[in-house]
Write a protein that binds this ligand. Structure first.
Ligand code: ATP
Ligand code: MG
Length: 314
């Protein structure tokens, strides 16, 4: 998939030929620093960008159907039923002056043509399922009456209300403190198991990937630079960027050691880079990396890396 935005500053090449696949029931992590294109990529699955300013390319297939070829009307059905989405900030998605239960019930009434009574009952069931109790009381509360963690649970209830095949969580726990974050991650895991959904977890945090995911895509400057199983990538990262990200995660037993960080910043995406985008920050780069765009290579089976000097070769 490619995603480009037409802006007053020029074309933003936000996603540049990213390829990934997701199996039923699989949990896929997408990691990378801020501005690497993670949100743009996952929002494209539901075509959530303003179409007037956005140019999509490639294919986005859900069970063989290309999302990029659907009409707006068909897209309206895909959103929520093929995939549901949870964002970092629940207050952007919730209406502050409508009771939370009613917001869930409204989705069910409109999208599933449920009667008022049925939608009420189903909303209570959903609230209970995401751990909001007692649901009858909570149904009547306004968003400002709930904590951040509770609101995120409401968002999850709304996202799964139409029984989507894929649930996408974009930094859904980033703004929460660690214990609440762990609870929400546990909830996502449980829902995935109960409903057989696939899950896409977008995060800055390799710790979350280790905890949650079966496989992972590492993004840098609008490209997927490495992908494969979580086990494999933790044990032997092949891209210098992935290794640097993993090395910057605090681990038990390393108390007192200095954490490593990656010098420099990701590039802006207003131009297509020649050569490797990570070149200026890479500790193992050579001259050729500056001018030659690295190809995708297999580092063994489904473990893929976009680097001409993968570190496992050394
Ligand atoms: N609608 C838009 N119009 C123009 N540029 C955009 C638009 N949305 C995102 N971008 C740009 O695309 C790039 C990728 O942004 P994106 O939000 O996907 O990053 P991200 O990896 O999700 O970062 P973060 O971890 O901070 O959420 C950024 O340079 C951003 O400024
Ligand atoms: Mg983002």
């Amino acid at each position: 998939m490619t995603v480009e935005f037409m802006t007053v500053r020029g074309i933003v090449y936000a996603v540049q030929g990213a390829s990934l696949s997701l199996k039923q029931g699989e949990v896929l992590g997408i990691v990378g620093e801020s501005g690497c294109g993670k949100s743009v990529m996952v929002k494209s699955i539901l075509r959530l960008h303003r179409e007037k300013h956005t140019r999509y390319g490639g294919q986005i297939l859900i069970e063989g159907r290309d999302v990029l070829r659907l009409t707006q009307k068909e897209m309206g059905i895909v959103r929520g039923t093929d995939a549901g989405m949870v964002f970092q900030d629940p207050m952007i998605s919730l209406n502050p002056i409508i009771k939370i239960g009613e917001q869930i019930a409204e989705t069910l009434r409109i999208r599933k043509s449920m009667s008022k009574r049925l939608a009420y009952d189903e909303s209570l069931r959903l609230l209970r399922q995401v751990g909001i109790t007692p649901p009858e009381d909570r149904y009547l509360q306004y968003p400002f009456e709930l904590s951040g963690g509770m609101l995120q649970r409401v968002m999850i209830a709304m996202a799964i209300a139409l029984r989507p095949k894929i649930l996408i969580a974009d930094e859904a726990t980033t703004a929460l403190d660690v214990t609440i974050q762990a609870e929400i991650l546990a909830l996502l895991k449980r829902l995935r198991a109960e409903r057989g959904m696939s899950l896409i977890v977008v995060t800055h945090d390799f710790g979350v990937v280790a905890e949650m995911c079966d496989s992972v895509c590492v993004m840098y400057a609008g490209e997927i630079v490495e992908s494969g199983s979580v086990e494999r990538i933790f044990a032997s990262p092949a891209h210098p960027y992935t290794k640097a990200l993993i090395d910057s995660v605090p681990r038990p037993g390393t108390h007192g050691d200095k954490l490593s960080s990656i010098p420099g910043m990701p590039p802006d995406l207003l131009s297509v880079h020649t050569g490797c985008a990570f070149y200026p920050r890479c500790s193992v780069a050579e001259k050729c990396c500056e001018t030659e765009r690295p190809e995708l290579h297999s580092a063994g089976g489904a473990h893929i890396v976009r680097c001409e000097r993968p570190i496992w070769k050394k």
